[in-house]
Design a protein around this ligand. Structure first.
Ligand SMILES: [Zn+2]
Length: 56
């Protein structure tokens, strides 16, 4: 199971099995948007704030 650490609040976030690189997740602790940058091992970075169209 992949986990990443929020760069904002250092919370450990468990990724769903279907998570892909480039996906945006929301930290359940501080609510910041995080972009998945790698898997195995998983890594993330703060997502750009100005973009709001993630193509749902
Ligand atoms: Zn956080």
């Amino acid at each position: 199971m992949n986990t990443v650490v929020c760069p904002e609040c250092e919370a450990e976030i468990t990724l769903e099995a279907s998570t892909e690189v480039g996906e945006i997740i929301v930290c359940p602790d501080c609510g910041v948007d995080l972009e998945i940058t790698a898997l195995n091992p998983a890594a993330c970075q703060l997502a750009p704030m100005e973009q709001e169209d993630w193509g749902e």
